[in-house]
Design a protein around this ligand. Structure first.
Ligand SMILES: [Zn+2]
Length: 244
């Protein structure tokens, strides 16, 4: 099921002070033949790699052994950890970002994640996106990625609350909530964010990242009724998952 035909030289030893806890999902983000991705990962000067890449036909290729630290996440942060490459397994799905993920790819992805969760004792809530851990630089796996499909397979956290109430909530002015509470919840979930009690650019970027993952019908960085409801739900689900 998993091909070992290709190898990437772009890896090193994991920093053993952080446990292997996460699976990070990516898209390749290019309209190019799969062979171009292989060449890129095989070339040492590219300085990038991923443990796995899933082609359009659903075939899974291993580029780096999971015992090593592949170079897929770059500068990153999640829940206090600044070296996500040491703490994670990276999976790239071949997808340009402007197209739907294919059924064969998703079936293989779910198979692979379940296998890795079992093999490496990775918890369901620790399957997240590159855009979650590199908020300022990355948007993959993007708005089209079907997190709900994975959730139905016991992978990841997801909220089924109403996604379509776009009525704006204005921080502080209408006294409906304080921006500090929003920031605290986003930070508790895992995002890199300072509690400033101001609706600043960093907060807007993190809200956009949150929406891209959990409220993809509209990604605008603003706080509306649905964004707030879903945030409350996701926040409590992470709390429950972490104490379990
Ligand atoms: Zn990525």
């Amino acid at each position: 099921m998993i091909s070992h035909k290709y190898k990437s030289p772009n890896f090193n030893e994991r920093n053993l002070s952080s446990a292997l806890e996460y699976i990070i999902i990516h898209y390749t983000g290019v309209k190019a033949p799969f062979s171009d991705i292989c060449k890129w990962f095989e070339k040492s000067s590219s300085k990038v790699s991923s443990h796995y890449v899933i082609d359009y036909d659903g075939k899974i290729y291993s580029f780096v052994d999971i015992k090593y630290r592949a170079w897929h996440a770059g500068k990153s942060y999640w829940n206090g950890n600044k070296d996500i490459n040491s703490a994670s397994i990276g999976i790239e799905i071949h997808n340009s970002g402007d197209e739907d993920f294919l059924k064969d790819q998703l079936e293989s992805l779910i198979y692979l994640i379940k296998f890795l969760m079992n093999e490496c004792n990775i918890k369901y809530h620790n399957v997240i996106g590159h855009s979650d851990v590199s908020v300022n630089r990355k948007i993959d796996p993007g708005k089209r990625f079907p997190w709900q499909t994975l959730f139905m397979e016991g992978i990841g956290v997801f909220s089924n609350r109403d996604s379509y109430n776009y009525s704006r909530l204005i921080p502080r002015e209408d006294n409906q909530f304080f921006i500090e509470d929003i920031q605290q919840m986003l930070k508790n979930i895992g995002y890199e964010l300072n509690i400033t009690n101001k609706f600043d650019d960093d907060t807007i970027r993190v809200i956009r990242a949150f929406q891209r993952h959990w409220r993809s019908s509209r990604v605008n960085g603003l706080i509306d009724i649905s964004t707030k409801d879903i945030l409350l739900d996701i926040h409590s689900q992470f709390n429950e998952a972490r104490v379990a």
